[in-house]
Every structure is written in structure tokens, then in C-alpha cells.
Design a protein around this ligand. Sequence first.
Ligand SMILES: [Zn+2]
Length: 391
Amino acid sequence: MITGDASYIKKINRSLIIKEIVKEGMISRADLSKAVALTRATISVQVADLLEEELLVETHLEHNAVGRKPIMLSLNAGAGYALGIDLDYGQISFAISDLLGRPISTNTVKLETTDYSEILALLIQHITDYKEKYINSRYGIVGIVIAVHGLVSNEEMIHYVPRLGWNDVHLKEDLEKALGYEIHLENNSNLSAFAERVYVHHDTDNLLSTTFHSGIGLGMIINNKFFRGHNGYAGEIGHMIVVPGGRPCNCGNKGCWEKYASESNIMTCLSEKKGLYPITYKQIQEWVNEEDEEVAEIMDQFIYYLSIGLNNMINIYNPDVIVVDSELLRIYPDSINKIKQNLNSQISHYRELSISTLGRNSSILGACALAIQNFLDVPVLNLPNEIDNHE
Ligand SMILES: [Zn+2]
């Protein structure tokens, strides 16, 4: 008979074993036993269970140096699939990944409406179709996570989505009532940070990820957990005031950071300067290549304001890794060093500052990864980074 304690220990060991196998990709029972500090006997029993459940597969390697044929264990990536959904203004994207977080298919549906019931019906229809499509795999769709571009409470209630004009809607509850299974909601910036941690920055449990698109988003992973604040609304960093009495913002204040350092703001400045509407990244790239002075001036100003906000964040959080996601930073030469040159304070400490390689796909990848982490029930997830698909 397994007592409460024994079954708890078994569950912890199982989670350690899965975590290690996912991290290593392929590992023998002997190496696994060393890596997780469990006896060979314990490993044997647990691995037998996981093979039975078809969560692991064995691979017989052809040769090794001493002529034996080691049996390697790896996750059965096709045993189930994660569904990540990015609920944005004007479009909803769907991504299916295998259990190693590798995207299998993506689909974007244009939205002509912001009406809650219409969007709810559309989500129900697509989720039902995906469930049906993957029903024949061992575990089917193992989890569904939706990235929401707005305030999501700790109870996964949508408090406010500015661009959709939604206030206090119960999307999780409404979907679960209609579908009969669990759905999770998470703020899109949190999911971006999660993807950066899980796919790219395996060596940290303390990461800030900042996205500079129409606004400025911040996702925070502190000690390998989301930092959400009291209600779940932490990270509205775009509304940190960087210029007292500055440009008016929709939030009601003046001088908010996103009025100076969001990409949409810089695009507007460039448009006004050049008399060109709308403006494309390709056009900006050409000006940068030509070393256009007006453009350089606006870009330097962008980097200056961006650095002010980063300086403030660094001083509050003392992060290990900071990831910034902006297409303009990718276009502008040497932008990371230019930011670093503005971070002069001897007080502020961080280890690494880098530009995102996941780009705008980060939140939907994070949604898939979170569904996988919930399904595998592991405390930490390190997925292989085979993705470099920023626009
Ligand atoms: Zn504001």
C-alpha cells in the first residue's frame, strides 16, 4: 500500500525525472540516476511507469566507444499536443506544439469585431476543432492557454483589455462551461517572459522581458515564478512616468514611458519627420543603411528613453537577465551597446541584456510551453530552442 507520504515522494521523483529527461533530450538510466540523485531501482520503477503511460520512449543507440548499446530515454514528444492561443486586437492566432514545445501548425484568424460573444463563439468553435483533430494521439490536446493583451487577475478573470474595450469578462468560465474542460488565461507579456525563460535562457530563474510594440509590456519571472502583484496586474510598465508633465496618455497621466519608447510612437515620429504615412520597417532599414541623420537622431532619442525605463526597472528588480523585444532595435546597428552606454549607474546591477530571438511569437510559444509545464507537472521546464522565427 502506498501511504500519503510515499505517493507524494513518488510524485516529486516523477517530476524530477521528467524535468531532467526534457532538459537533456536523451539520457540513459544510469546518467539519469546520477543527475537526479535517485537510486537505480527507483529510476527503474518510475521509468517503467512512464514507458507504460507512453510519455517516454526508448532508443537503442547503434554504437558507443566500449561497444555496448546503451538504451536512451527521451520524452515521447508526439504523445500529446499543446494549444496556445494569442487573442490580439484584430486577430486571433492558434499554435499547436508537440510536448517539446516545437510548433506543428499555426493559424491566424482575422477579427472583424471586438464583440465579446462573437469572439467567445469563435474561440469555442476553433478549440473544438483542434480537440477533434488531435483526438487520436495518446493524450490529445493536453492543455489550452490563451494569451490576453490586458489585465488578467490572479483568478484568471479578464479585468480590462484596452483595445478590445472589454471590462470584467469571465472568458475562462464561459469557455469551460461551453467546452467542459480546463482553459487557462495569462497576460501576454507574462507568457513572452515565460517563453524567453523556457526556450532561450535556461541558465536563469530571474528574468524580465520587455516588449516595445504598440505599447510597452513587461513580464517578470522571479525565482522561476510569475511575479503578478497583489491582484495579478503587475508589470504595467508602459505607464511609468519618465517625463513629468510630458505627453498626455490615454491612461489619464502625462509623460508615460510608452509615449516615448514604444515602437508605434517612434514610427509616428519618423512618419511626421519624413512626411510618409504609413512607414515600414523596410523603409527604416533603408534609411539606417544610408546613415540618414534625421532617422539616427530619432532612433538615438528612442534608445535614450528606452534606457531610462530599463534603468528604473533594473534598480527595482536587480534582474539576472533582461530581454528586450523590438524590431527597431534589431534594425538599428549596435543598439544593445548603445543602451548599455546609457546604463551608467554604479548602483544598477544585471548580468545580461539581450534582444529577443523569439520576437512577436514569444507569447504564443509561451502559451504552448505553459500548457506543457502544467501537463507534465514539472517545476521547471527547459525546452530545446529550435526556434528562430522572428519577423
Ligand atoms: Zn499612461
